[in-house]
Design a protein around this ligand. Structure first.
Ligand code: ZN
Length: 439
């Protein structure tokens, strides 16, 4: 799993602010421009006055927190509550980056000389972009509740429309304050909150710090409400049954959605088990991440959602969670595969995991080995093995059969590129029996 820091080092395509401003006349016409009355001969000023307020869909350069200018698209705008009536702030998407970096910016951060005026047709209908009717909102809530249904194109557009602006900007969880990445459909009474306070043990969330402090005095949980199925040093994994702990499961989904973009949020948590990984100390067990898993999957999914919370990313926990999901599959005697679509970060983690596990075996193995045998040994689904090895160019098709061609030097090169395996799952510390329906 990646982290926010990674992207600040990537400056591909970022364009530093140019010197166009120096060409502006210094005769005070700038003031007149701002008053909305540009002189005929000032092309640049005329353009500025003409573009404000910026339309949704406008493309412009924006100064980011790294101090550099990056291309953005205006997703939404709103009047500044205490400002001049004509003052707006803008919700922008950095077109070179993932949606998690979308944010509200002030006019001063935008380089108006870089405005491209052809407004994107898709978002031109601002009546729908600014306010969603109660009916539309209810429809989306229902879509979420029903969960499994495929969204048709229209619903998907509606969903994108409704989720395009982050609602909660930050959360407090344990000793961390965390900036969120995406929209999450919290109940309507939280619509006016930009920060939420979570109890790190039961995951109940509150609007105010004082409410949380009061809650912490009476909350008797010190770990997730389930069975501890793995303990190794300070690391513990808890299995939480969504049916027995409905509220916890729902709270976890609300929290996770803040960091997952295209996952359908399941409210029917009954059907899922949640594997919550914790770092434990004398104050309790602090959640670092989790994955969820359907109790019964027709498609042999062994993982539905996976998340490492941002403060704990880049420590190998994502890889640990993936490895853990396969260890459970091995105990069940089944092959497994993650539910699609995977997030960008999830896909990178999976590719790395599959590469390491498969190539480690190929390196040690003497003689021929089939994809079926690899699948039996690793619980990785045959299709995932095939695409991984094909992606590394290790498969040839001979006489109607896929043949693995593994030159040790090539294997070493790929293994090195796949990086470290993260924290090991010590199978001897896993005490677990597969889920069985009771009664
Ligand atoms: Zn609590």
């Amino acid at each position: 799993m990646g982290s926010m820091e990674a992207r600040t080092t990537s400056e591909n395509g970022s364009a530093p602010k140019g010197n166009e401003n120096q060409q502006q006349p210094e005769d005070g016409s700038q003031d007149r421009v701002l008053a909305g009355n540009p002189p005929e001969n000032d092309a640049s000023g005329k353009r500025k006055a003409g573009v404000l307020p910026l339309e949704v869909g406008t493309r412009v350069m924006c100064r980011w927190r790294d101090g550099k200018f990056h291309p953005v698209k205006v997703i939404e705008r709103r009047k500044i509550p205490c400002g001049v009536p004509s003052d707006y702030e803008y919700y922008v998407h950095y077109t070179e980056y993932n949606r998690r970096l979308d944010e509200w910016v002030k006019l001063e951060q935008l380089d108006l000389d870089s405005v491209e005026t052809d407004v994107d047709e898709k978002v031109e209908d601002k009546a729908t972009s600014l306010k969603m009717t109660r009916h539309q909102k209810r429809k989306i809530d229902e879509t979420h509740v029903e969960g499994h249904e495929e969204l048709d194109a229209a619903s998907l557009r509606e969903h994108e429309e409704f989720t395009k602006v982050k609602n909660i900007a930050t959360i407090e969880l344990g000793r961390y304050e965390i900036e969120t990445w995406y929209f999450s459909p919290f109940p309507p009474e939280y619509n006016d909150c930009s920060k939420l306070f979570f109890c790190e043990f039961c995951l109940n969330f509150m609007k105010r710090k004082e409410q949380l402090q009061r809650h912490m005095r009476k909350c008797d949980l010190k770990h997730p409400p389930g069975d501890e199925i793995y303990r190794n040093g300070t690391l513990s994994m808890f299995e939480v049954d969504g049916k027995k702990n409905k509220v916890y499961g729902q709270n976890l989904c609300y929290l996770a959605k803040l960091f997952l973009d295209h996952k359908t949020l399941y409210y029917d948590v009954d059907l899922f088990l949640f594997y919550v990984l914790c770092e434990c100390d004398d104050r309790g067990c602090h959640m670092v991440g989790y994955f969820s898993k359907e109790k019964h999957s027709e498609e042999s999914y062994n993982l539905a959602c996976i998340l490492t919370l941002p403060p704990y990313q880049r420590k190998g926990y994502g890889k640990f969670l993936i490895a853990f999901s396969y260890e459970l599959s091995k105990k069940e005697g089944k092959v497994g595969t993650p539910e699609r679509p995977l997030s960008d970060l999830g896909l990178v983690s999976y590719r790395g995991y599959w590469t390491r596990v498969l190539l480690d075996i190929l390196k040690k193995h003497k003689g021929n080995i089939s994809i079926k045998e690899l699948s039996d040994m690793t619980a990785i689904k045959a299709e995932d093995i095939l695409t991984t090895l094909q992606g590394l160019d290790l498969i040839q098709y001979r006489k109607g059969q896929h043949v693995i061609c593994a030159d040790p030097k090539v294997l070493d090169r790929h293994l090195k590129a796949a990086g470290r395996g993260g924290l090991e799952v010590d199978v001897s510390k896993l005490i677990w029996t597969p889920y069985k329906e009771q009664g």
